[in-house]
Design a protein around this ligand. Sequence first.
Ligand code: AHM
Ligand code: MG
Length: 408
Amino acid sequence: MAVSTATTPTTSSLSFSHLSFFQHKKASFLCTKNIIAKRKCEHRGVHVKCMVFEKSSAAEAKKTKRQSVYKLQTLTSWLLKQEQDGIIDAELTIVLDSISMACKQIASLVQRAGISKLTGVHGAINAHGEDQKKLDVVSNEVFSNCLRASGRTGIIASEEEDVPVAVEESYYGNYIVVFDPLDGSSNIDAAVSTGSIFGIYTPNDDCLLDLEDSTTLDTVEQRCIVNVCQPGNNLLAAGYCMYSSSVIFVLTLGNGVFSFTLDPMFGEFILTQENIQIPKAGNIYAFNEGNYQLWDDRLKKYIDHLKDPGPSGKPYSARYIGSLVGDFHRTLLYGGIYGYPRNKKSRNGKLRLLYECAPMSFIVEQAGGKGSDGQQRILDIQPVEIHQRVPLYIGSIEEVEKLEKYLS
Ligand code: AHM
Ligand code: MG
């Protein structure tokens, strides 16, 4: 029951079902059913109280609809709900929970990198001949430790390991996790956005692979490689965690895309966006245009077209962080296209199919977008090696299709 005093008539625009009033001095009012308190309790220079009753059924409905502002859905409780609904099993829930734990730890390491002297290079070179940053190495260890401790992961394949690693038999689990523990690590020392990317598969013994040089691999490694080399179509789950002004964990289990923001007050990921849909088109493009002269002429034409103001007088906007997770996250929310093309120097571009392009393509498709290598769907590509690179064009469906037309 709400009570208002007519000497200062309420400015509420709520409609009430009954109004009654008390007259303190002689006056006359209009107070009728289903009217707005301010308008109808006309005050004619005297003190009046209007007592307002809400219709009981409407009040009940309001009560049941109203959600407590203190009710938050954590990633853990959301995962348990997915398990209850039969979307994932208990094992996968544990694997995903352990990944979120790794991300929280990496977020804290990234944020404190300067303080903990974790900036700069580690001194080693990874499987791709690239200098490993200290945080690349540490993040890989954190990710691997969390997955091992989950006891539900059989094989892990990381950007930072030469070959997939079989988790010790005592901990043997079903799931295969592929990941890039810290993508965009060249941005770390400048405290610019970075992220972790992951994909989860079940073992697939039918996966065919040309193991010509298997003489150098022991049987465990062979089993790992065969199992890990699966097309993105087989992904059960994929996600990324962005370490930026907010720490954001984005996940798909194949039934839409959900986003969770790390609440620094109590260290939990909180559900902040459900069923994210990427805009069908968007006028932002993210390419490293420093490579323009190394690109194919058809791609150059496409980029020139984006820069052409055309009849609308408005060219596309260029945004490039140089961190796939950051560039992808913006594209997912605002629309547009992200591309890492092949060029004269790197025939297959730079990004890795298994743990960068495939998980991101699974996410974008779940959000209604598209991931392509320029000719074919990324999720259809059968990997032939763990660290295989492919060109990537990803984002709004209309933008990726327009690019494919230019390249065809
Ligand atoms: P990394 O996995 O070694 O960090 O490399 C991947 C990163 C992507 O995050 C980013 O989009 C791209 O490399 C940037 O490359 P470039 O500096 O050539 O534009
Ligand atoms: Mg990477």
